[in-house]
Every structure is written in C-alpha cells, then in structure tokens.
Ligand binder design. Structure first.
Ligand SMILES: [Fe+2]
Ligand SMILES: [Fe+2]
Length: 365
C-alpha cells in the first residue's frame, strides 16, 4: 500500500458512517468530494473512486449519473458502498457502472483487501472489457508500435506495411465494437511514447469517422497518428523520460524529432502524406512552429488535423512533471490557440472527445 496511490471518495451530506475514511488515510492518499461539487479535476488522477451515496435519494442520483457517464471516470475503478445488500441497491450500483460494490460497515481486513485488489487488478479488468476483435487489434498494434520504434532507433527497416496492417485491424475493430474500451486500455500503458502514439492514432481515427472520411483516408490518418513521433526513437531515453524540467539543450535535442522522423520514413520510401505528418506536426499557423516555420496554407489539412490530436493527447495525458488536464479544459485551451491551430477543425474535434455520437455504420462492411 502506498501514499502515492490516490483514492477519491464521493459522498452526499447525509452519509452517516465515515469511519472507513480514517482507515484508508493510514494507507493511501485520500480526497473527499461532495457529489454536488464534483468536477473531473477533483478525481482525474485517482487510482480508485469510492461512492458512498444514498441510492434511494433522487437528488443524489441525478449528479451521480452524470459523474459515472464522464469519459474521465470510465478508466478509474469505482467501488460503491451500499447501506444494505438489497437487490434494489445492487441493481442500481451495477446499472450506474460500479466496478464492484460492498456494504459498509464491514470487517476492516476484508475492506482493505477489496480496495487493494481493485487498485491492483484494474489493469486486468480493463483488458477484460475488450471484445476479441478489439483485443487482437490492441495486441498486434502495440507490438507493431514497439517494433517500429525499436527498429527506427537501431536504424533498421521500419515497415510501412506492418503499421498499415495493424491500423486496418484497429479500423475493423472500431467499426465492429467502437473505440472507447480500446482507448481506455491504451491509457493504462506505462511507456509514454507508445501510449501517446496509440492515443493520437485513436483520436485521428475517431476524428476521421466524424468527418465521414473514406476507409483509405482513415487508414492514412491512423498510420500517421501512430508514427507521427517516430523521430523520437532517436532521442536518448534519459531525455525522453526525464521527470524534471528539461534544459534548453535537451529541448533542442527533442525538437529535432520531426526532422529525424522525416529522414527515417523517407529512407524507407513511405507515402508522402505520412512523411508530411511526421515532419510538420509541430508547425503553427502563424509560422512560429518548427522545424520549417510553415505558415497558414503551407500547412496541409492532414497535418492540421494531426497537430490537433497531438496537442490534445499531450494536454490530457499525465506525465511525472505535469498533471493530466480534463478533456473540457484541454479543448478550451486549444480554442484559445487560434494562431497555432485551425479553429474550425478544433471545433469539430471537440465533438470527438466530448460525449457525442459518431456514425460508425458507414465503416461497417
Ligand atoms: Fe511530436
Ligand atoms: Fe506527439
């Protein structure tokens, strides 16, 4: 057990028995939030959420429903503390999306064991949520990303065909079973560069579907997302994974990754559009980006879309030196970046990452 593990407890003001809170505080870092005042910022970094709400009170149920439906909540295991083992309470907790439930009070030992198991098994549980097609797509694409980065760092062949094939699997799995669980599972990957590459790939795929792009264009965007940072394979790991602030010299080294990406892909005769994404995803509309200082129309639509997914993924991901931003805050911030990002495209992208319906029917066979 560790104080580095954060538990958020959500309560209503009628909650009577709170003795377990002191027990948890001995082992974990505990944050208390009132159900009427909860925002994604108050739980986004949590390893576990505990809900202790009167499930018979409609005034408490309404905000609880909203909380449970938030995308930021969906990858956090959530324990419901029930007042009694009644059929009604169990069904209500399950319907709302409880990962597990128990009654409270209960013996201290078994309570702590349950908490420990939920925190440590959450990774496995998330994999269990995947359909067979999603699991295959995830396993294959993760392997391909790892191999691609490893080969690029060693100067070996970086196969466009392997990346394209794995992206086709992802597209097929998405058309069949959606992308939500796939993205939630990726979010748990411990290597930032792989996680980021896959997340950008997923966001681009969703974005392409929202824009109604053809399957060929979708594939191109997904591949572009997966390899946009391939140049980072040339950045030493001690700089890439540094948990404290980078020195100006280290920043200069990292800023070389778009050029390195271009060289890696050009050497292997990759399609122009992927090279464009790898080389220019850090350009800004006002010409202050890098490496070429491209301005306005000099930046292609594909690169503009890739830059948006890249910035969003960077803002909403947790790093050792930076907390994760909520999807809503990130979009707000990006809408202010009018000089850098394509404003109308950011507006469209908002529909991808804030709850909305994407028509995936057209991508089914
Ligand atoms: Fe990058
Ligand atoms: Fe990136």
């Amino acid at each position: 057990m560790s104080k580095n593990i954060a538990i958020t407890i959500v309560q209503d003001n009628k909650t009577i028995n709170k003795t377990y809170i002191d027990l948890l505080k001995q082992h974990y870092s505990v944050r208390l939030v009132d159900i009427d005042a909860i925002l994604p910022e108050s739980f986004i970094d949590s390893d576990l959420m505990i809900i202790q709400i009167n499930l018979n009170d409609p005034n408490a149920i309404a905000p609880l429903k909203i909380l449970m439906a938030l995308p930021e909540r969906s990858h956090i295991p959530t324990l419901f503390l029930l007042r009694e083992f009644s059929r009604r309470e169990i069904i209500q907790a399950s319907t709302l999306g409880a990962t597990d439930y128990t009654t409270y009070p209960c013996p201290e030992d078994s309570f702590l064991q349950l908490i420990y198991n939920m925190i440590n098994k959450s990774g496995k549980k998330i994999w269990a949520q995947l359909s067979e097609t999603q699991e295959e797509a995830l396993k294959v694409s993760l392997k391909v990303v790892e191999n691609t980065f490893r080969n690029a760092s060693l100067g070996l062949e970086v196969s466009q065909k392997d990346v394209k094939d794995s992206c086709n699997l992802i597209i097929e799995a998405t058309a069949k079973d959606g992308l939500t669980e796939w993205m939630n599972t990726i979010r748990q990957h411990h290597v930032y560069t792989y996680r980021h590459s896959m997340m950008v790939c997923g966001y681009l795929l969703s974005f392409g579907m929202l824009l109604g792009l053809s399957k060929t264009d979708l594939q191109m965007l997904a591949v572009g997302g997966m390899i946009h940072d391939i140049g980072k394979a040339k950045v030493p790991l001690e700089i890439l994974d540094k948990s404290t602030a980078l020195t100006p010299k280290e920043i200069d080294i990292i800023k070389k990754h778009p050029e390195d990406g271009r060289h890696i892909l050009e050497k292997q005769n990759w399609d122009k559009v992927m090279i464009d994404i790898a080389a220019h995803h850090h350009e800004k509309l006002d010409g202050t980006g890098y490496p070429s200082g491209l301005k306005g129309v000099e930046i292609s639509d594909t690169v503009r879309i890739a830059s948006i997914a890249n910035v969003f993924s960077g803002l909403t991901d947790k790093r050792p030196n930076k907390p994760a931003m909520t999807a809503e805050k990130a979009i707000e911030r990006m809408l202010e970046m009018k000089n850098y990002l394509d404003f109308p495209l950011v507006l469209s992208f908002r529909d991808v990452v804030l709850p909305s319906k994407i028509n995936i029917e057209q991508y089914k066979r």
